[in-house]
Write a protein that binds this ligand. Structure first.
Ligand code: FE2
Length: 442
């Protein structure tokens, strides 16, 4: 082939690829314009939560008081042999009931099918796969729907939900083995916006993917985040009690996940959660903490909050044998070097609502950043010998790997760490007082 024909072919291929990529991105916005009315009016959108351990999954949705609620669950796509699981109902502050179902005795690496009765009819049938021997998880942060502009405006929310959906779709298509989504906070821009949480849960990928959310600074004061999720092992014993959600923990694929509320920097509260979680699941291969604020952000601002949080959290993480800390908040991606044996992964922004580049000059403790402002996500694989981290930038309609690393260590042996008894008694007394005060506001 002559040289000019080769150039023409290359130009043509590049033009087709560009058109395809632009079309795919536009289609996502168009799709969400079409789906808008259904998504924002769907008060019964369902969430799948990871369950207490690898044999469980939890499901939650909101329903009108007095309306029928039911749930079918089984291994047949037709649901012909499905079990009718019991639905636990509880009244919420928004005047609807939360419907909560636990599926247990689940087998690894198995596809289950389910349908739930909502708004007077059965939903379509969805599927969810349990993890196999090796857990692969998607890690994201700060979807923060409504952040890209004036959150009252439909086009702002359309932009953000389309970006969130694009990231989820990209991740699941490129890594179908993902069996858990870890979201490190600020799912919504406005913690009292029911609409933003409905949109956060609206992508179809979330019917098939258990998600563990974290309370962010945008969700601290408002009792809405916890309405939509049935997190396992909620810890109700904090003295500083958030209206948004409580800390919780679970075991999945030989990993203990502990989700903390980093808006609360009272160290006795944090230690009480860590002690309880590690005591409940002492033998897991890995211990992972997820919290919204980053202790070792690539924004090194020693005069501000991170230094205070470092003093509170970092010694506890060392004491309780934490291997990996997942966080967000700055909307900048970074991965730290091991600090006292702990790796800190800062998730960036996953939806394109307000993504920021890492600084050109990184702090000495930072191993890698990402100096562009694309949406990002990470895929974590929890192997026997290491945790592998692969992080991707979403560029139009394709993902480009932009960082990779590993976490090693994770052998937990010896006596379980404990809180000193006087500290435990003090924390218990204060938590009873904190609980009483919080009831005045709900
Ligand atoms: Fe945020």
């Amino acid at each position: 082939m002559r040289w000019y024909k080769k150039i023409c072919c290359c130009v043509l291929v590049a033009a087709i690829m560009l058109c395809l990529s632009v079309f795919a991105f536009s289609a996502s916005m168009d799709d969400w314009t079409q789906k808008w009315d259904t998504a924002v009016s769907d008060g019964s959108v369902l969430s799948v939560s990871p369950g207490s351990d690898s044999t469980q999954l939890d499901f939650a949705w909101l329903e009108k008081i007095g309306a029928k609620s039911a749930f079918r669950f089984g291994t047949s796509q037709t649901l012909i042999d499905a079990d009718a699981l019991s639905v636990r109902e509880s009244l919420t502050v928004v005047g609807r009931k939360q419907c909560h179902v636990t599926a247990d005795n689940l087998h690894p690496d198995t596809v289950y099918y389910y349908s739930y009765f909502r708004n007077g009819a059965w939903s379509e049938t969805y599927s969810v796969r349990t993890p196999g021997d090796t857990l692969t998880a998607l890690f994201v942060s700060d979807a923060q729907l409504g952040r890209s502009g004036d959150w009252h405006k439909k086009e702002v929310l359309l932009h953000d939900v389309a970006g969130w959906d694009t990231t989820l779709t990209e991740a699941m298509q490129s890594h179908p083995e993902i069996a858990l989504c870890l979201s490190a906070g600020d799912q919504a821009e406005i913690g009292f916006s029911e609409q933003q949480f409905r949109l956060f849960l609206a992508p179809q990928a979330l019917r098939a993917l258990p998600i563990a959310t974290t309370i962010g600074n945008h969700e601290f004061y408002f009792p809405y985040l916890n309405l939509h999720f049935a997190h396992p092992n909620r810890f109700g014993g904090s003295a500083v009690h958030s209206l948004g959600d409580e800390p919780y923990y679970f075991e999945k694929g030989n990993v203990l996940f502990i989700v903390l509320d980093s808006n609360n920097s009272f160290s006795l509260d944090q230690e009480a959660v860590l002690e309880k979680a590690v005591g409940a699941y002492p033998d897991t291969r890995w211990r992972v903490v997820m919290m919204h604020h980053s202790l070792y952000s690539c924004e090194d601002t020693p005069d501000e909050g991170p230094m205070h949080l470092r003093k509170v959290f970092a010694p506890l993480f060392k004491k309780y044998g934490v291997d990996l800390v997942l966080s967000g908040h700055t909307h900048r991606y970074s991965r730290s070097k091991p600090i006292d044996g702990i790796t800190y992964l800062e998730g960036g922004c996953c939806s394109g609502c307000n993504c920021k580049a890492s600084p050109q000059i990184l702090p000495a403790y930072t191993e890698a950043g990402y100096p562009y402002n694309n949406p990002v996500y990470s895929v974590l694989q929890f192997g026997e010998n290491e945790i592998s981290i692969e992080s991707f930038a979403v560029c139009e309609d394709e993902s480009v790997m932009m960082d990779e690393g590993t976490v090693t260590g994770g052998i937990h042996s010896g006596e379980l760490p404990k809180m000193p008894l006087p500290a435990k008694i003090l924390q218990t007394i204060l938590s009873l007082f904190g609980r009483a005060v919080s009831l005045l506001f709900v």
